[in-house]
Design a binder for this molecule. Structure first.
Ligand code: TYC
Length: 117
């Protein structure tokens, strides 16, 4: 024989419930938060993209001052690679796409990539 149970407020089960009363509210007492993974967006050096174009890219897409953008551009020029910012996955992906589209539109070989931290 089948017995129907209903869930009580304390979570125990007792006979007598029908299908309409088989409900319970599950509440989490300990808050669980997951921090999102972060990604560096990097510019790569090349021999052809004009320095001023790279400065413009860093100002426009990474919201840097002219001074910070110039410093980042020179770091990439001298070291081969440099960080423009750190973002969540989707934001980083958007920055890479924006920079690559802008460089292609102006026919510069500038490369922009993302890397998990
Ligand atoms: N090396 C380039 C030049 O001498 C300048 C440059 C800097 C290019 C940074 C790309 O990500 C770059 N014109």
């Amino acid at each position: 024989m089948l017995t129907k149970f209903r869930e009580t407020a304390s979570g125990s089960r007792e006979p007598g419930g029908d299908d309409r009363s088989n409900t319970a509210i599950i509440t989490r007492t300990k808050p669980r938060t997951k921090r999102p993974s972060l990604y560096r967006v990097l510019l790569l050096n090349d021999d052809y993209t004009p320095m001023e174009f790279v400065v413009l890219v860093v100002e426009r897409f990474f919201n840097k001052s002219h001074e910070d953008a110039y410093r980042i551009m020179m770091h990439v020029h001298q070291n081969g690679v440099g960080e423009c910012g750190v973002f969540t996955y989707e934001v980083a992906e958007t920055k890479v796409t924006q920079v690559m589209d802008f460089a292609r539109k102006h026919q510069h070989p500038l490369q922009c990539v993302m890397e998990k931290k």
